[in-house]
Each structure stands twice: as C-alpha cells, then as structure tokens.
Ligand binder design. Sequence first.
Ligand SMILES: [Zn+2]
Length: 75
Amino acid sequence: MGNEGYATGCSHCGGQDFAVRVRIGQTAEVGHIGLSYKDGLLLVGTEPLRVDVCTACGTIRRLYVENVDHRWVTR
Ligand SMILES: [Zn+2]
C-alpha cells in the first residue's frame, strides 16, 4: 500500500486540484459533525471531520480528522 495512487489526483476525473481541509458543516449552524472523544473525566469533545475534495468534480479524496491525539469514544 503506497502513496502513488494518492498523489496522482482524483480517482474519478484525474484532476489535480483539491480543496483541502474542508470542514463538514451542517445547514443549521448547530456545530459540526465529527468524532467524539473524552476530554477529562466526563467532558466529551468533538474532533471535526475534514475532507479533501476535487474542485473539478466534487469527489471526496480523503476523509479524516486532523488531531488524532484523543481518547476516542467508541461506544
Ligand atoms: Zn475529480
């Protein structure tokens, strides 16, 4: 599993231009969609999801969070 495919651009249209670190929003400004993690004893935070999207056809190349240093809530 290398990075060649990743570097060659969009898997759909072959485009090279991507908008990176785009945040996934919601219509009603109620916060953001993300992954939950424990912050302290009871507090739960949300790490926002980011996407890299092809600016030509809109294909999502990558879906990820930026900060992985969390204690993720898995249940
Ligand atoms: Zn594309």
